[in-house]
Ligand binder design. Structure first.
Ligand SMILES: Cc1cc2nc3c(=O)[nH]c(=O)nc-3n(C[C@H](O)[C@H](O)[C@H](O)COP(=O)(O)OP(=O)(O)OC[C@H]3O[C@@H](n4cnc5c(N)ncnc54)[C@H](O)[C@@H]3O)c2cc1C
Length: 478
């Protein structure tokens, strides 16, 4: 009898550098399965834009496995029940997987381990999509890090991440195992199809991830250090959705980046900066693992009673890119139309929501969760808390981005803003980021009537800044 294994795909939708899959394949035939368990995650169930990426990643993985002669089995329902059923159907004596780090993952994996073990089936869990396991990096006193710089220094002293392993030679067992249809899962938007055209902007899946990494390291990384904050230029990798779904592993990124450094030592500072951003991703996972309430509660308890506002009209204006601050509106429209937003602009819009509009960071976190292709529980929660001032190693709350100054500094020539806010395209650079200061004649020449085809600013920067600082002052009494 062949020694059949299940490989349970999760946030690791690729074939290269998957130690669990290689281990399973080396034992005998493998039944790869992806389970859609809509009960997992509570309010952090996968959002709309991410479902689009998931659909296409699964579609691509199915094709990649088919070329090896192995079908991907899709099942929906309770994860534990399905793994038990499928192991029985396939006659599998072990289930392999990569671990996950969300607050519910550990308990789920323990329960599945025990249920499988009771039937004589082993659960073999391998490291997930991180460079270092969260338990392996700690302060001198054995506690989790709460500050990025010493965390990343400790990662640098930890054993080098394992080099990526190639696609294993893999075979399927004799006999068909039933699968559901991906199309029936309805992961793609239908009416309306708000993702229309996304397939021309994004190619999810493993092969495209590898191309994106190679092209970034060959053509763009040299500009990363100085140019990563300019949203109109292609100086960042745009690898985040690939990393989120495990179309590529951070180990692959780490090793490719180090190889590029050896090839051209001149790009070392830029590559180190890029790797430190991969380090921020790692840090966010470290924090989520050790502080599982991060997506829901202020990390700094002082912020628990912060006087957040509840103005839904303001929230709507922010979500739809109608705040009257051009760089903020450009970012929010980029997000809606492409499922992505440049990091600098993410910081600007997040600061605007939490400080100018005094709305809760959780409202922004939830909107990003639904709209981002790379929506990631760890990075999203930590970044929102970081900008909002309540997070670990956070930007101090009193550091309030001026959206006009941010626009003028990082989108000086206005390429980004004019692209996403085309009604302002005719304004001269001098007024692009503050149309309310433009003389009537200049506005008329650019076909702009404030309040009609572009909004007046919904808050005054100076007054909003003062209101934010007064709200912040209330924390001092706690
Ligand atoms: C309010 C807010 C919310 C965010 N939500 C998410 C999210 O849900 N998912 C997500 O992946 N990133 C999130 N980020 C972080 C960051 O904006 C994106 O990772 C980055 O813009 C992705 O673009 P890139 O792949 O071109 O990044 P690059 O600059 O090329 O960086 C390489 C990789 O490093 C990681 N990375 C870069 N910056 C950060 C960061 N600040 N924190 C954590 N990881 C980082 C990403 O995996 C990224 O792909 C958020 C940032 C902010 C300010």
């Amino acid at each position: 009898m062949p020694d059949v294994s299940l490989y349970w795909f999760r946030d690791d939708l690729r074939l290269v550098d998957l130690p669990g899959l290689s281990a399973a394949a080396s034992r005998g035939p493998v039944v790869p399965v992806y389970i859609r368990d809509t009960r997992l995650g509570g309010e952090w169930k996968i959002g709309g834009a991410s479902q689009w990426w998931l659909h296409h990643s699964l579609d691509q993985l199915t094709r990649d496995l088919n070329t090896l002669g192995v079908p991907l089995i899709l099942r929906s329902g309770d994860t534990q029940t399905i793994l038990l059923q499928l192991a029985e159907e396939a006659g599998a004596s072990q289930v392999y997987c990569s671990r996950q780090y969300q607050p519910w993952a550990g308990e789920l994996e323990r329960a599945i381990h025990d249920a499988l073990e009771a039937r004589g089936i082993a659960l073999k869990r391998y490291p997930g999509t991180l460079l270092h396991e969260p338990e392996h990096i700690s302060t001198g006193s054995g506690t989790p890090f709460k500050v990025f710089t010493p965390f990343w220094r400790a990662c640098g002293k930890a054993p080098t991440p394992q080099p990526p392993i190639p696609v294993p030679s893999i075979s399927a067992p004799a006999g068909a195992v039933a699968s559901e249809s991906l199309t029936d899962w309805g992961l793609l938007p239908q009416k309306p199809n708000w993702a229309d055209g996304w397939e021309t902007m994004w190619q999810p899946g493993e092969a495209a991830a590898s191309i994106a990494l190679t092209q970034f390291l060959q053509n763009h990384v040299q500009h990363y250090d100085h140019g990563r904050d300019v949203p109109s230029e292609p100086n960042t990798s745009r690898l985040s959705p690939y990393l989120r779904f495990g179309n590529i592993s951070p180990r692959q990124v780490w090793h490719a980046a180090h190889a590029a450094k050896l090839d051209d030592p001149g790009v070392s500072p830029s590559i180190d900066k890029f790797l430190s951003e991969i380090g921020w991703r790692e840090f966010c996972y470290h924090l989520l693992f050790h502080f599982p309430t991060m997506p829901d509660e202020a990390f700094n308890p002082k912020f628990t009673f912060f006087p957040w506002g509840e103005d839904l009209q303001r929230l709507k204006a922010w979500q739809t890119g109608q705040t009257g601050y051009p760089i903020v509106d450009a970012g929010m429209r980029e997000l809606w139309q492409t499922g992505f937003m440049h990091n600098r602009v993410r910081m600007v819009v997040a600061s605007f929501l939490t400080k100018h509009l005094l709305l809760h960071w959780r409202a922004g976190e939830a909107w990003f969760w639904d709209c981002l292709l790379d929506a990631d529980l760890a990075s999203n929660a930590c970044s929102w808390q970081w900008v909002g001032g309540s997070g670990a190693d956070a930007a101090p709350y009193f550091r309030i981005f001026n959206p006009v100054a941010q626009g003028e500094k990082f989108d000086k020539a206005g390429l980004y803003t004019r692209h996403w806010v085309p009604e302002l395209a005719g304004l001269p650079d001098k007024y692009l980021h503050k149309p309310w200061e433009a003389p009537e004649a200049t506005l008329a020449e650019a076909n702009i009537t404030l309040g009609q085809n572009y909004p007046h600013p919904i808050v005054d920067h100076k007054a909003a800044r003062e209101a934010a600082l007064s709200a912040y002052a209330t924390l001092k009494d706690i």
